[in-house]
Design a protein around this ligand. Structure first.
Ligand SMILES: Nc1ncnc2c1ncn2[C@@H]1O[C@H](COP(=O)(O)OP(=O)(O)O)[C@@H](O)[C@H]1O
Ligand SMILES: [Mg+2]
Length: 310
């Protein structure tokens, strides 16, 4: 459906996008995850045909996208990072105007607007000025505007920034509906928990380069440990975790604030042997929980920095 080959874009000396390749099939949601300045917006702008790449290629359904006036562009919808709406116009007037830009008119435009407003749950606010909308409602109208020409590929550039949790959930529900209808979604975010929740495949970018491209499961496998077993020992004070390292499943073992934390890859085989070893060595415990490292840990492992602070 969408194939991006070795895209590059420099701004002066800055390589904003430095050889990014990716592909997305129909009904697939691809996450572009990276800190601010990673090159997400520049990438998405080139995929949308708004910004000419210095080199590289964007293929839509196998056809190359050539510039701003290419008809292939109609297969793409862009929900831009900065809300592109007129505050002084009503929601309906905004959609009429934006639909006309895509060459829609008459009954076709009316139907498209009705369906888009219905999907984002703003039908009853159609006649209100956008200036009266909350941040979340503006984001949802921004999404509706990108759907009018019924694109097969939807590019979403940080669509939940500045949105309350309720609107964020509403946007996620809308996106899940679109996914069920077979749309290809490219979802750009610097929030790892959004990428975890929504995306079939996550592409982590940093300094204009792809540093990982995998399923969530695959990304977790890159970590030194995929599971952390936390065991609250009854007498942690003189407990020596080192002998645990001799067990074949155990990757790491340490006591922190009275809790024994054991890193392992396979919980199914590892957890029973760890618990058995503790029981047989006379160490009682009160609580056992397991933690899964998140994408933040993946980013930290790959770059040595955190997503939030970089
Ligand atoms: N129009 C521009 N002129 C100069 N530098 C730019 C421009 N747009 C983006 N950049 C730079 O390119 C890099 C990538 O930016 P961007 O694609 O907006 O990242 P992201 O969307 O991941 O935050 C940043 O270093 C940014 O400062
Ligand atoms: Mg951006």
């Amino acid at each position: 459906m969408l194939e991006v080959k070795a895209l590059r874009k420099n701004y002066g000396k800055i390589a904003a996008v430095d050889g990014i390749s990716l592909r997305a099939d129909s009904a697939q949601t691809i996450g572009l995850l990276g800190p601010n300045g990673a090159g997400k917006t520049t990438t998405v702008s080139m995929i949308a045909g708004l910004l000419p790449p210095d080199s590289g290629e964007v293929l839509i359904d196998g056809s190359p996208l050539r510039g701003d006036t290419d008809p292939v562009k109609r297969k793409i919808g862009l929900v831009p990072q900065n809300i592109a709406l007129y505050d002084e116009l009503t929601a309906l007037a905004n959609l009429n105007f934006l639909g006309a830009l895509y060459g829609l008119s008459g009954a076709g435009l009316k139907r498209a607007i009705g369906e888009a407003l219905d999907l984002v749950g703003l039908t009853d606010r159609a006649k209100d000025k956008v200036a009266t909308f909350s941040g979340g409602m503006k984001r949802r109208l921004n999404l509706a505007a990108a759907l009018l020409h019924d694109p097969q590929i939807l590019l979403l550039d940080e669509p939940t920034v500045g949105v309350d949790p309720q609107s964020r959930n509403a946007i996620f529900d809308n996106l899940e509906t679109l996914k069920k209808r077979g749309k290809t979604l490219v979802y750009t975010t610097h929030y790892m928990e959004e990428a975890e929740r929504l995306c079939d495949r996550i592409i982590i970018i940093d300094h204009g380069k792809v540093i990982a491209n995998d399923t969530l499961h695959g990304l977790h496998r890159m970590l030194p440990v995929t599971n952390l077993l936390a065991i609250e020992l009854e007498s942690p004070d003189h407990f020596k975790p080192e002998p645990l390292l001799a067990l074949p499943e155990v990757e790491s073992a340490e006591v922190k604030e009275g809790v024994l934390k054991v890193g392992l890859h396979n919980l199914t085989t590892g957890a029973p042997s760890i618990l058995r070893w503790l029981a047989e060595s006379g160490h009682s415990y009160q609580h056992v929980t397991s933690e899964r490292p998140d994408l933040e840990t993946v980013f930290l492992t790959l770059t040595g920095r955190t997503l939030r602070d970089s």
